[in-house]
Structure formats: structure tokens, C-alpha cells
Write a protein that binds this ligand. Structure first.
Ligand code: 6PG
Length: 252
């Protein structure tokens, strides 16, 4: 592994997909240990898509193998975004996390805050925000400071469900919103920049040659000057880490 600093980010470059997943699982385990030692609880938001699947599988394996991993009984878990589908739909981020991880570790069901898409997109966003308030108990007018927010990056530079040219990019107050995504002709439920940037740690996990150009654009700047949603993730006081593999990092 090699590490480069591209302020404000620390970029850790792993040789391949397998090493990337291992590094992701180890980073989550370390963050959990530190949070639980400091505050007795670990609050994490999972990313969706395909990249984190191998990370979640490793976390489940670490638990099953007794590798002294995460103390799941002390974890409160959220989802950084969700598709507007039922929880058992193949596209559901909750379903993917449930199948690969949540069904295999002893996290109390009451501490898994699924985005309840069956309520309808606006109500689901409100309910997610209520769950965040209950778990994090921020002060009046304060933002919740999650210990770790995992994010992925699409080849168009989106993150969570903050897609280019969508309304959620401009949200400065709500923590969670329903975002109409014209390119997908659907709403998505997503964390907003205020909530993401209030985290103690934000960690992108992105790999593969299909991310190479966009990773360069996001971390080094697009030669055309265009900007991308992933670039507005800049934690106010927390840390920003990118875990990437060599194919994705080829232009850095
Ligand atoms: C989602 C994700 C999304 C994802 C990126 C990368 O719900 O799809 O939250 O932001 O992280 O699209 O997805 P891959 O890991 O599949 O490339």
C-alpha cells in the first residue's frame, strides 16, 4: 500500500480489489474500536452500490472467525442513501448490507436505522433524520457528528445519491432529503453535504479502471474546470480518506 496526501484528503492506494476490501474492513474496525473506547458507541453510515459488498463480507467473516473485530452490540448503523424500492428489492442498499453483513453479526435490530422507503420518499427522509437525532442526540441547532460515513463514487462523480445537476447538491439545512434524479427518472433518499461534512471521519472506497478519470478529476481537478459532487465532501472538522486501488489511481 502507498499513501499520498491530496489536501484535504489522505489517499491510500491498495494494489488490487481484494486488498482494497481488506483495507476497508480494517479501517472500519479501527474506527469502531476508537469510537467505542472514547464514547461507548460507534455510529456509522454505510455506502451503497457494489464496491462495499466485499468490505461488508469481510466484516462478517471477521466476526464469524472471532477475529476480535467490531463490537456490534455497540454500533448504531445508518445508510448514506437508498433507492426508492422495497427493502427486499435487488437494488436495495439495505438488502445488500443485510445479506452480506447485518444478518451475520449481533447488531441489535433497533440499532439498524433502515431508510424506510415504504413511507414514501419525503416521509422516509424525515424518518431517517429523526433516527439520526435519536441516536446522536445533537444539541439544539447542532448537526449529528457520525463517527464514520462511508461513501462510494460513481463514474459521473456522484456520491451517496448526490448526483450532478440535482437539487440536493444545494441543500444547506436538511440532513436527509428525497432527491429527484432525472438521469435515473427516480427519487433517491440521500444524506446531504451538511450532514456528511459534519462526520468525524468520511471514507470513500473506490476501485477499478472505470473510476480512473473521475478520480483524477475529483482529487486533482478536471482540466476543463468542471466540478463534481464528490468534490464538495470536505469534512468541517473531521478527516477525509480515500481508499482506492492502483487501477483507479493511475492518473493521480
Ligand atoms: C448507491 C451508492 C452510490 C455508489 C456509487 C458507486 O446507492 O448507488 O450510494 O453513491 O456508492 O454509485 O457505486 P459502485 O460501488 O457500484 O461503483
Amino acid at each position: 500500500m502507498r499513501t499520498i496526501q491530496i489536501p484535504p484528503a489522505t489517499v491510500r492506494i491498495l494494489p488490487d480489489t481484494k486488498a482494497l476490501a481488506r483495507a476497508g474492513a480494517d479501517a472500519i474496525t479501527l474506527a469502531a474500536r476508537q469510537a467505542i473506547a472514547a464514547r461507548g458507541v460507534f455510529t456509522i453510515a454505510l455506502s451503497g452500490g457494489s464496491t462495499p459488498k466485499a468490505v461488508f463480507e469481510l466484516l462478517a467473516h471477521d466476526h464469524t472467525a472471532g477475529n476480535c473485530g467490531v463490537k456490534w452490540e455497540q454500533v448504531h448503523l445508518f445508510f448514506g442513501d437508498e433507492r426508492c424500492v422495497p427493502k427486499d428489492h435487488p437494488d436495495s442498499n439495505y438488502r445488500m448490507a443485510s445479506e452480506t453483513l447485518l444478518s451475520k453479526v449481533p447488531i441489535p435490530a433497533s440499532q439498524v436505522c433502515r431508510i424506510q422507503t415504504e413511507l414514501g420518499e419525503a416521509a422516509a427522509a424525515r424518518r431517517c433524520a429523526e433516527d439520526l437525532r435519536a441516536a446522536c442526540q445533537p444539541g439544539a441547532g447542532e448537526l449529528p457528528h457520525l463517527d464514520l460515513i462511508l461513501l462510494g463514487m460513481g463514474s459521473d462523480g456522484h456520491t451517496a445519491s448526490l448526483f450532478p445537476d440535482t437539487a440536493a447538491l444545494d441543500e444547506q439545512n436538511a440532513w436527509v432529503v428525497a432527491n429527484w434524479v432525472p438521469m435515473l427518472s427516480t427519487h433517491r433518499i440521500t444524506f446531504t453535504y451538511p450532514l456528511i461534512n459534519a462526520a468525524r471521519e468520511v471514507m470513500f472506497i473506490a476501485g477499478g479502471a472505470d473510476k480512473t478519470t473521475m478520480l483524477r478529476n475529483v482529487l486533482r481537478g478536471d482540466p476543463s474546470g468542471r466540478t463534481y459532487p464528490s468534490q464538495k465532501v470536505r469534512p468541517t472538522a473531521g478527516t477525509l480518506t480515500w481508499l482506492v486501488d492502483e487501477p483507479a489511481a493511475m492518473l493521480l
